[in-house]
Design a protein around this ligand. Structure first.
Ligand code: ZN
Length: 221
């Protein structure tokens, strides 16, 4: 099914879906739980548009894989081009939506690739690897540096964090990304996951939320 950006009230956002730029280990507690060192600068990777699905369609686990981890993340929708050196204010003005995402990860495969020093794209960029909720206007949050994010699985709280805990907060992260990749309207930035990642199983019921501003539910199949 084709994906189209939209606001949580159903209004369509007429930007084409571009790439999804992601940051690894942006919360210290998550880096620790996977025995990774805390990076000295953002660790970027990209999911292609073909990885994106609407969370409202449910989460479809890839066939024949047992170790598909959830990573609940705050998602930032870009509405203006950002390239090279941009100010924090330009970065702020380019944000047209805040949503939530799952950065689905084939953890066993990623661990093997990391051991060998190989790129981990196949563990992160597969079809369906990026379920996204609808977006809300950034003004719905008083402070972009104080956005709560949580994931509940079968009624149990699995992940809970806040953008205040990010090693590289949202605006500096956009500034950093723009120095490496031009961000275009329709691109999405995933801002890293707090601790608590674990495997998903068919039948799991998920609730992904940004405090009381945004909440979305989905079943895993
Ligand atoms: Zn992630």
């Amino acid at each position: 099914m084709s994906y189209q950006h939209q606001y949580t009230d159903g209004a369509l956002i007429h930007f084409p879906l571009g790439k999804v730029v992601c940051v690894g280990r942006n919360y210290a507690e998550h880096a620790k739980e996977l025995n990774n060192p805390i990076p000295t600068e953002p660790l970027l990777f990209i999911k292609p548009a073909t990885a994106v699905v609407s969370l409202s369609q449910g989460v479809c686990l890839p066939q024949g894989r047992s170790d598909v981890h959830h990573e609940a993340e705050i998602a930032v929708l870009i509405g203006k081009p950002l390239a090279h050196k941009v100010s924090a204010q330009e970065a702020r003005e380019a944000i047209v939506g805040i949503g939530a995402a799952l950065d689905l990860t084939l953890r066993d495969l990623q661990s093997k690739l990391k051991e060998k020093g190989h790129p981990w794209e196949v563990a992160k960029a597969f079809d369906g690897a990026c379920p996204l909720t609808g977006f809300v206007a950034p003004e719905c949050f008083e402070d972009l540096a104080d956005i709560p994010v949580s994931l509940t699985v079968n009624g149990q709280l699995r992940q809970q964090g806040n953008s205040a805990e990010m090693l590289t907060p949202i605006l500096p992260l956009l500034q950093y990304i723009a120095q490496h990749f031009t961000l275009l309207p329709g691109d999405v930035v995933l801002t890293g996951t707090p601790a608590g990642v674990a495997a998903l199983a068919a039948g799991d019921q998920l609730t992904l939320a940004l405090g009381d501003v945004l909440s979305a539910t989905a079943a895993v199949r």
